[in-house]
Design a protein around this ligand. Sequence first.
Ligand SMILES: [Mn+2]
Length: 344
Amino acid sequence: MAGRMTPATRLARLLSLLDGAKTMLIVVQNNPDPDALAAAAALREIANQSLGISCSVAHSGEVGRAENKALLDYLRLNTRELESIDLDRFDRIGMVDAQPGAGNVKFDPSVRLDVVIDHHPIRRETRSARFTDIRSRYGATCSMLWEYLNEARIDIPVRLATAMIYGIRSDTQDLGRESTRGDVEAFLGLYPLANARVLGRIVSAPLPHSYFSKLREALDKAVVYGNRIVSDLGELDSPEMVAEAADLLLRAEGVSWTMCFGLIDGWIHLSLRTSDREGNAGKIARNLGGRRGFGGGHQALAAAQIPIPNGRNRRDVRTMLRGLTKRFLKATGGVGEKGSSLCR
Ligand SMILES: [Mn+2]
């Protein structure tokens, strides 16, 4: 466990493990977010500048959000489809901002990883990796990677610094959520190196019109149960709107919990958010994921995926969703209240 070491020891351990390799594959979560993409680019920079290793980045699912696509373009990061990759062709395999066996990454957990650097709570499967640095108190994986870059005295290119700032900002809601001193230090270290104007353009990338109809759906379907909101977004192409709607709805007055879900390829994708410091969204998501699905995350934000068994019709799915809603309400203060539409 590298989490308790000094930055110098961590870097030395990482580099000695990578030493001798010519190629490395860096795996990130499905539908990667800015923190995942920038963290992958940061690990690539370290491996490349320190040891001349050439790296590829891979993930399942697509990069759906307009902002994340703009970030990829700007970073000049060509990500590859994980399913089409021959793992044996790489001397080392690393994973950032995710862990093997987690629900948000389609990667065979029996493949032994060389490097795992992440800020989610540690998973059993991670312990078999050769180098692990898991710091669940950190708001962003980019903050952890900044320490390595800083320790290695690598000149951080403007594009990378800009992307990492975005990664930290978006995972911590501008350092306001789940952030620690390490996140603030990384932010302050990276900010002078970043291009704020370009970042502004990425953050407000043009949105496809379909974004607005999905958003309207999320608002139309939002039901208030006391201090909780639940919204069913229906069929979706990618899960990003589920998370985005959960964030947005949490801003409703008097609301301290949100749960949004959508259906994608036979799976229920669900996002949980809370502003209640006593609440534990990660634990609830893990329970909702159950034995057949996956669930987990942080105190304030979490997600779960639950498979819809074969042969179920629409009514069965509605029953499943009602069951999830009930369990969510039970876990967050009781099922008593009758729901009412947020938008009348
Ligand atoms: Mn992250």
